[in-house]
Write a protein that binds this ligand. Structure first.
Ligand code: ADP
Length: 347
């Protein structure tokens, strides 16, 4: 079986073609800076058109879709009705979902006979209990506006949890893990018997850890203060929290590798804050899980930075924990989901 995966970000497009018997990548393309000034491609449509691929040899095309809201608790084959349901979720992920939808539409026009499968970042967390996903806000905000915690990076947490269970020689259904996806965006997930029971990202990917340029957890009254006392607009506050905070806000750089090379006080503080926040989440999730079979590091930082891993593991609470480092593969997870969905359609 051959499965193509399209991961259309706000200004990038990743394409991978897998042979699912061997799990080998047959073709791989990365197009960046789409729609930016002077860029080669002005739209995702043009970018995808430029990829030379024989769609007649492909069994399905898997698409990463960031937000599945409360509607999608599983990956789905996309038809007209499903596509318009995904479109209703655009307000929940205005930067991401429209690009994902554009990717699906272009793929549909290029390969109308091939099944298009939407795989959501949120679905892995659909197993969170209500006490984990509710905010302590007036209930109508949930009822009427679907304001709740959703969680993201689901394909990554799912992929590395299954790989971790294999390494431990256990079935995923009886494995408890804390998975740490530490990249530019970062999140932690508490996994009980293979299922997500809590995660650090919430209504949007802004909540939780200290990230490259996102603040993670803050007192929400800071948002009110910035508007009331500093006169910032909604768009300006959005920019502060998402683009100017995190490591970048603290020390002026968002790339962990470059921050680790520096010896100044602000770089040191930024790393200490990142590490401390990760430790706090691990401790909290240990309390929820009771038994933790392994801590699993993944993502650009988690996979590559021994310094950050060692710093996190300094906590005496984690001294006896088994630690695994597993390279994530979100595209392979999406391709695997396509196979599962196609097979369940046949059954
Ligand atoms: P994204 O969320 O954009 O997919 P990645 O998972 O690629 O991000 O992670 C990017 C982060 O990983 C950057 O902060 C980068 O500095 C960090 N990183 C990559 N390699 C190393 C390394 N060898 N040591 C420390 N940090 C690294």
């Amino acid at each position: 079986m051959r499965i193509a995966v399209i991961n259309a970000g706000s200004s990038s497009l990743k394409f991978k073609l897998f042979d699912m018997q061997t799990k080998k990548v047959l073709q791989e393309e990365l197009i960046e800076h789409i729609g930016e000034k002077g860029a080669k491609f002005s739209s995702h449509h043009d970018a995808l058109e430029s990829i030379d691929v024989d769609f007649s040899s492909i069994d399905a095309i898997g698409h990463r879709v960031v937000h599945g809201g409360e509607i999608f608790k599983e990956s789905v084959i996309v038809d007209t009705e499903i596509l318009s349901l995904i479109e209703t979720l655009n307000p929940l992920a205005p930067l991401h979902n429209p690009a994902n939808i554009e990717g699906i539409k272009v793929a549909q026009s290029k390969a109308p006979k091939i099944a298009q499968v939407a795989v959501f970042d949120t679905t892995f967390h659909a197993t969170m209990p209500k006490e984990a996903y509710m905010y302590a806000l007036p209930h109508e905000l949930y009822e009427e506006h679907k304001i709740r915690r959703y969680g993201f990076h689901g394909t990554s947490h799912s992929y590395v949890s299954k790989e971790a269970a294999k390494e431990l020689g256990q079935s995923i259904e009886s494995t408890n893990l804390i998975t740490l996806h530490l990249g530019n965006g970062a999140s932690v997930c508490a996994i009980e018997n293979g299922k997500s029971i809590d995660t650090s990202m919430g209504f949007t990917p802004l909540e939780g850890l200290v990230m490259g340029s996102r603040c993670g957890d803050i007192d929400p009254a800071i948002v009110l203060y910035m508007q009331r006392e500093m006169g910032l607009s909604v768009a300006e506050v959005d920019k502060v929290l998402n683009k100017k905070s995190g490591l970048l806000g603290i020390c002026g750089a968002n790339d962990v590798r470059s921050v680790l090379k520096r010896e100044d006080e602000s770089a040191d503080l930024a790393i200490k804050m990142l590490v401390r926040r990760v430790q706090k989440y691990i401790g909290a999730y240990m309390a929820l899980l009771g038994r933790v079979d392994a801590l699993v590091f993944t993502g650009g930082i988690g996979e590559n930075s021994e310094y950050i891993r060692e710093a996190v593991l300094q906590s005496p609470l984690f001294r006896d924990s088994k630690v695994l480092v597993i390279k994530t593969d979100e595209e392979l997870e999406i391709a695997g989901e396509c196979v599962r969905v196609l097979q369940s359609r046949k059954d």
